[in-house]
Design a protein around this ligand. Structure first.
Ligand SMILES: Nc1ncnc2c1ncn2[C@@H]1O[C@H](COP(=O)(O)OP(=O)(O)OP(=O)(O)O)[C@@H](O)[C@H]1O
Ligand SMILES: Nc1ncnc2c1ncn2[C@@H]1O[C@H](COP(=O)(O)OP(=O)(O)OP(=O)(O)O)[C@@H](O)[C@H]1O
Ligand SMILES: [Mg+2]
Ligand SMILES: [Mg+2]
Lengths: 255, 255
């Protein structure tokens, strides 16, 4: 049965999508069956895998509006064990369309439950906000992975995110846990990089992954080729750091 | 009479807030009277100026919900000619509260119009989405400034943003123009940096500012001291590049 992990942080540009694609691909390389769900109307996860979301093909929007079942919308990627539920720009409209529904926070959960037996991990890429789309992902998820960029503004929104998790636990998803906190785009050479690392460790303690993701231009290049970093440049520091995080992520199961 | 400029791009982490704070401060240094409006519930603009939004003090939320006039909520900064309308986390709720109003897209415009005589420029910092808050900023604005990060994903959402501008022009704000496109966090040493610059120039032509903002850690450090870069480290490449952009921004008026 799959563990469902929401990758969330309302701060923009902190590496949510880069983490979903590359942690997902690294887990698939470690023989895990992985589904990525692109729940951001920007669809960076879909295009970063070269999937572009063709017109007429069903997407996460069609799934949450009840037009198709999730299994029907799933597509393959260049890695056999990595599959994708593509996103769509129309998801932006779903935020408004879902508001009127009675169980509006449970729509994604209901759609993903039937898929649990088919995967080991389902990773959900969230938009940079705490609206209904991210709320749906937090309700569907067993755990949340929080990417934090190694810079000042990045710590700013964390307490707001933790308050949101608390509110989700109170009514909608009592067992939601923080699986881990991943430091991204870290430049260890600068004071700021070291200062934020120390502060994040103080705030989250053992939840912080020991492996950090360095700033590495190959990670920013890979999406324009529609490939995860391990297919684009396996020798790069970016690829090696995500393989390391995947090892730590999997070691968590044994705890 | 102030020109009102929305600084917008739904892609997260591309330098919207850093541009609002530092272009604003550079314009104030050039003797222009400037108001910054923090219209993002993350309130990075407010905290990046050390203004922390004290409890009980009015914010942009109180203005758009009709509790106070904008002038009452405005506070000073360390630069005499730079003032701030602080943001608030409650703005996230405003997205839902405003939806029911008849002229929900015109609320910010109505609030800012009385302030026009008091400033030369009003810069509005937008959240990373194309929801009602950003829509309000685009309707209130005379022009929009689009920061684009020098990386692949950053170009992804641009056509969606341009479609949104088109929709705003059709009904809500016919005269809305693109004032300029600013390349941010550019690392000219990498292929990706050069590739994106070329693509942005091809897409936007003369609208692209010749001055680009390099990746410079001093820009990321300054907000933790609550200061614009020109008060934190005037000699840095970050400060110098924003002063240059301010010159180009002002030269636009004479065209
Ligand atoms: N470790 C890294 N080194 C260099 N560039 C990176 C790294 N991680 C991500 N990037 C680049 O930084 C930008 C932001 O990353 P990404 O799009 O993954 O963030 P996000 O949190 O998903 O953004 P959004 O909030 O818009 O969804 C992208 O252009 C990406 O390619
Ligand atoms: N030129 C630069 N060089 C280095 N770091 C930068 C630069 N510009 C911005 N930053 C840093 O990058 C991060 C993202 O910038 P910023 O918060 O201004 O983007 P944004 O578009 O406002 O984000 P959001 O979408 O969350 O509102 C911040 O931590 C900021 O300090
Ligand atoms: Mg993303
Ligand atoms: Mg911002």
């Amino acid at each position: 049965m799959a563990r469902i992990i929401a990758v969330a942080n309302q701060k923009g540009g902190v590496g949510k999508t880069t983490t979903v694609i590359n942690l997902g691909a690294s887990l698939a390389a470690a023989e895990k069956r992985v589904l990525l769900v692109d729940f951001d109307p920007q669809t960076n996860c879909t295009s970063g895998l070269g999937a572009r979301g063709e017109p007429g093909r069903p997407s996460a929007y069609d799934v949450v509006t009840g037009k198709v079942g999730a299994a029907e919308a799933v597509v393959g990627t260049e890695l056999a064990l990595l599959q994708l539920l593509p996103g769509s720009i129309s998801l932006a409209g779903a935020e408004v369309e879902l508001v009127a529904l009675d169980r509006r926070e449970f729509v994604l959960k209901a759609a993903l439950e039937p898929l649990r037996p088919d995967y080991d991990y389902i990773l959900v890429d969230c938009p940079p906000s705490l609206g209904l789309l991210t709320l749906n992902a937090l309700v569907a998820a067993d755990e949340v992975l929080i990417p934090i960029q190694g810079e000042y503004f990045a710590m700013e929104g964390v307490s707001e995110l933790l308050r949101t998790l608390e509110r989700v636990r109170e009514g909608l998803n009592p067992d939601l846990a923080v699986r881990g906190v991943l430091l991204t785009m870290v430049d260890e050479r600068t004071n700021l990089g070291r200062q934020v690392s120390t502060e994040v460790q103080r705030f989250f303690g053992r939840k912080v992954y020991r492996s950090v993701i360095p700033r590495n231009v190959r990670l920013a290049e890979a999406p324009s080729f529609g490939k995860p970093i391990l297919l684009y440049d396996i020798a790069s520091r970016g690829a090696q750091s995500y393989l390391q995080v995947a090892q730590e992520f999997l070691a968590h199961e044994q705890r």
